[in-house]
Design a protein around this ligand. Structure first.
Ligand code: DAH
Length: 337
């Protein structure tokens, strides 16, 4: 029995040291309930009373020796694994980092944000509405009935007979007045569409900012004062505006509004094409028919409206000569803002 124990010890220690077999498997093989050591100890009953403590002691020593060798081997395996991970996952803190490119605002957004700030500063709210719009809001309710010639100048994309891609943010005038009673003071920026061929000054999609104020006693002088304030905030205190009579179906009277050229201050240059003035928007007093279809009594209330074309404003601001640059998203262009 003594020999058997010594043999087990020897075999176990050499197996563990060789590292050829899985350490857990060796643990089961030698120390487990069905292991070799246990098998021997089961035969202890046959020993004499003198032999039993001696063999018992020896068996314990063998078990301790094997346990110790296993624990040692396990610790060393763990250490090796750690060293391996440390080596593989080494971080070189001197490697230059991945620089995250930070984008910049699109030039249209830069100027739109400025306009929003200016009007919000004057107490306006910002209204938002659909680009896919009913004919009713885009034309009919704006005093542009089915056969009105004004429709010809705003040809658009038809979803069906009743639904179009809006040609103007003026549709928001109706949507706002249907939902809110005066006092009303909003701007409505957004995309509009026309079936124009693409060139340096035309795009089938562009942006407008609509303005609408309705209250008791609103007059043309309120419109003028508002636009004057807006233009001075945008271009500086020496900017002037000029109203030219015009016609829009949904305003009466109507005007096109020019701003004194901010490059030559009115002297005439290439930016204003020698005129000294640059057209920036359409405006007028809200037509009584438009108030009426929205359930607002034109005998009690009056209002003004205006529509600004964003692209043109931005092109002049940054001296951009081709509208297509706004929509091509060429990084070399966008990077400059
Ligand atoms: N919606 C007009 C256009 O696209 C611009 C416009 C003119 C808007 C006069 C207005 C306005 O609100 O009063 O040509």
């Amino acid at each position: 029995m003594k020999d058997a124990l010594m043999k087990i010890k020897e075999q176990a220690l050499s197996d563990i040291a060789s590292g050829a077999e899985d350490i857990e498997a060796l643990k089961v093989k030698y120390l487990g309930k069905k292991g070799e050591l246990t098998a021997i100890l089961k035969g202890m009953g046959k020993l004499t009373a003198e032999e039993r403590p001696v063999i018992g002691q020896l068996a314990n020593d063998v078990r301790n020796a094997i346990e110790e060798a296993i624990a040692k081997e396990q610790a060393s395996l763990k250490e090796k694994a750690l060293a391996k991970t440390l080596l593989e996952e080494k971080i070189d803190v001197s490697v230059p980092g991945n620089k995250k490119e930070i984008g910049s605002k699109h030039p249209l957004t830069i100027v739109l944000d400025e306009l929003k700030d200016i009007f919000v500063g004057m107490g306006y709210e910002i209204a938002d509405g659909p680009e896919v719009e009913y004919d009713y809001y885009n034309f009919e309710a704006l005093n542009i009935p089915q056969d009105h010639p004004a429709r010809d100048t705003q040809d658009t994309f038809y979803i069906n007979d009743n639904i179009v891609l809006r040609t103007q943010t003026s549709s928001m005038q109706i949507r706002v007045m249907e939902n809110k009673k005066p006092p009303i003071k909003i701007i409505a920026p957004g995309r509009v569409y026309r079936s124009d061929a693409v060139d340096a000054t035309h795009s089938p999609v562009f942006h407008q900012i609509e303005g609408l104020v309705v209250d008791k006693g609103i007059t043309m002088s309120d419109l003028k004062g508002t636009l004057e304030t807006f233009v001075k905030r945008l271009y500086g205190d020496d900017a002037k505006i000029r109203f030219r009579p015009h016609h829009f179906p949904f305003t009466e009277p109507s005007a096109e509004v020019d701003v004194s050229c901010f490059v030559c201050k009115g002297e005439g240059c290439s930016v204003c094409k020698g005129e000294g003035w640059i057209e920036i928007l359409g405006a007028g007093m809200v037509h009584p028919n438009v108030l009426k279809v929205c359930g607002i009594d034109p005998e009690v209330y009056s209002g003004f409206a205006f529509g600004i074309g964003l692209e043109r404003l931005v092109m002049r601001r940054f001296d951009i000569n081709d509208l297509r640059l706004f929509f091509e998203n060429d990084i070399r262009f966008l990077k400059q803002f």
